[in-house]
Design a protein around this ligand. Structure first.
Ligand code: AMP
Ligand code: MG
Length: 346
């Protein structure tokens, strides 16, 4: 299949109108989308991703008014969208238009992406685009155009070139259809903020929603039913002390990669790291295109770099990725969730 790779929103909107599948960037991660009004096209998205059929798609809109045409917004839904849309918040709402995908559900997940170019494209495409994250099911979502092209060129009808994702993890998902508002998936908009509008917010899946204060060091996560957001390499989620120890010794530096907080935060870390870099360069690995170390200063920066680092590690055939536990506070909730999921043993 020939894939049209272009920044021309009109051309890419025509593809959606014709029932085709297009990969596009949002502020969270890349999405793989089809018209919400076209069931056959939406089902192709599942085939291309290898996504289980019982996992519904998020419908992406360009305005609150468009959402209101097809869903019951309610007072809470309106307040949340007025505060957070456009942005990385998905709401599960009662559906008014039962012909929208997925037809068998009476609820719809809705979101308005932040980038105005993407909203313009959605508008030109007919008003709603159903899209999960653009990745093969189970793997980390993609945040770099080069990775998207590597996976999807030849498999989808179009790839829209626009500003790359900056948040780096999937949207926060809040359900407004049950007895109480529920946080179904943590993300960059955090429960503490949401509780201002939703004091009754509940956390139906404890694994998804460890309370922020409760964990200072998270060892390998307990097993759960699904592997998710995981690279091929084994992910180890460790404390700062363990992170420094792992840099010092015990791991083959060529088969291992590290992502964590910057050297200035820890003198010992800086010393150890320069020693490890020496080892790599002495062994002729210093000019490798792949950098085994990714150092960040904030949880937000960690989040935005995480999935691209996972992809780079898999491309470089790294076997173990050692991840320093995030800092308590802002940006912790979504990041710890994705790190825990990625670190589940296969
Ligand atoms: P993804 O787009 O792959 O990041 O995943 C979309 C997320 O939204 C998944 O966790 C879905 O289960 C969830 N979702 C989508 N539609 C619904 C819905 N109608 N009810 C509950 N969850 C939904
Ligand atoms: Mg996904």
């Amino acid at each position: 299949m020939k894939t049209l790779i272009s920044s021309d929103v009109r051309l890419l909107a025509n593809l959606i109108q014709e029932g085709k599948v297009v990969v596009f960037p949002t502020e969270t991660v890349y999405g793989i989308g089809a018209s919400t009004k076209n069931e056959v096209a939406c089902l192709r998205v599942y085939e291309i991703k290898g996504r289980p059929k019982d996992n519904p798609l998020i419908a992406h809109f360009h305005s609150i008014e468009e959402i209101e045409k097809v869903c019951v917004l309610g007072e809470l839904g309106r307040k949340l969208l007025e505060k957070y849309a456009p942005g990385p918040l998905t709401l599960i709402l009662p559906k008014k238009d039962k012909f929208l995908f997925p037809k068998e559900l009476d609820t719809l997940a809705v979101r308005i992406p932040k980038n105005p170019v993407i909203r313009e494209w959605i508008k030109l495409s007919g008003g709603a685009i159903s899209a999960p994250s653009a990745n093969l099911s189970g793997r980390p979502s993609l945040t770099k155009l080069a990775d998207v092209v590597r996976y999807f060129d030849g498999k989808v009808d179009g790839i829209l070139i626009a500003e790359e994702p900056s948040y780096g993890i999937e949207s926060t998902v809040v359900s407004l259809v049950g007895e109480h508002p529920a946080l179904l998936r943590p993300g960059s908009i955090e429960s503490k903020e949401l509780k201002i509008i939703l004091p009754e917010l509940v956390f139906p899946n404890p694994f998804e929603t460890l309370p922020v204060e409760s964990v200072s060091h998270v060892p390998l996560s307990p097993g759960t039913k699904y592997k998710h957001y995981a690279p091929s390499a084994q992910v180890l989620l460790v404390s700062t002390d363990e992170f420094v120890q792992s840099l010092k010794a015990g791991f083959d530096p060529k088969a291992t990669a590290w992502i964590g907080f910057s050297l200035s935060s820890n003198e010992e870390k800086g010393k150890v790291l320069s020693e490890r870099k020496d080892v790599l360069s002495k062994e002729g690995e210093g000019s490798l295109e792949f950098d085994h170390f990714s150092f960040v200063s904030t949880n937000e920066e960690y989040t935005s770099k995480l999935y691209a680092f996972f992809e780079a590690c898999d491309l470089a055939k790294v076997q173990t990725i050692i991840c320093e536990t995030p800092k308590p506070g802002k940006g912790w909730e979504g990041l710890i969730n994705r790190l825990e999921k990625a670190s589940l043993r296969k």
